[in-house]
Design a protein around this ligand. Sequence first.
Ligand SMILES: CC(C)(COP(=O)(O)OP(=O)(O)OC[C@H]1O[C@@H](n2cnc3c(N)ncnc32)[C@H](O)[C@@H]1OP(=O)(O)O)[C@@H](O)C(=O)NCCC(=O)NCCS
Length: 168
Amino acid sequence: MTTPDPLGALAFELLGPEHATVLFPVLGDARVWEHIQGSDGATEEQMRAAYARRAAGPSRSGERWINHAVRLVEGPYLGRVEATVYPGGWAEIAYVFGQEHRGHGYAGAAVGWLLEHVGVDEVWATTTPANVRSCRLLAALGFREAPRSRPLASWEPGDLTYRWDRQG
Ligand SMILES: CC(C)(COP(=O)(O)OP(=O)(O)OC[C@H]1O[C@@H](n2cnc3c(N)ncnc32)[C@H](O)[C@@H]1OP(=O)(O)O)[C@@H](O)C(=O)NCCC(=O)NCCS
């Protein structure tokens, strides 16, 4: 059941190591990573280190990282969204949300918000075919399956690749 105004219910915070305290209980659940290689860390300490690396930003010049924790306004933390913006004027995104508040449209709204903040017109995402929620989320936002014509860091053999082009 999608919430009437899911975006209005959300708050975005620049992701930092301090978010491990609030996100480990949400994203430390192995079920969250069912369709994804790796995780944000098996312990809160590992997650803190992973978020510190994200907050430090890329070492490759010209690349830009966007990382935000997503929560309900004055409510629980739901997950996080990320984008890597490459010098050629395109970006790759990913998103991870906890089990508890799925199916309300929050993740879709958060990824839509991210698309408004990447600052480029061509955005890519990868997902496994079995990740039905992710495929539906991308399709609902206007992503289309497309042949992989960019060097996508998140791509694994067998993954579907989706491309979004800003309209107008
Ligand atoms: C992918 C993910 C973010 C989707 O979260 P969510 O809370 O279901 O997202 P939303 O509520 O915004 O819904 C997104 C779409 O999935 C649909 N959906 C919701 N529940 C569903 C279910 N049980 N089965 C299939 N689709 C479902 C929604 O209806 C919506 O599609 P629609 O707009 O066509 O109706 C979440 O499952 C997740 O974090 N998974 C783990 C991380 C991951 O796999 N990330 C993707 C790779 S980067």
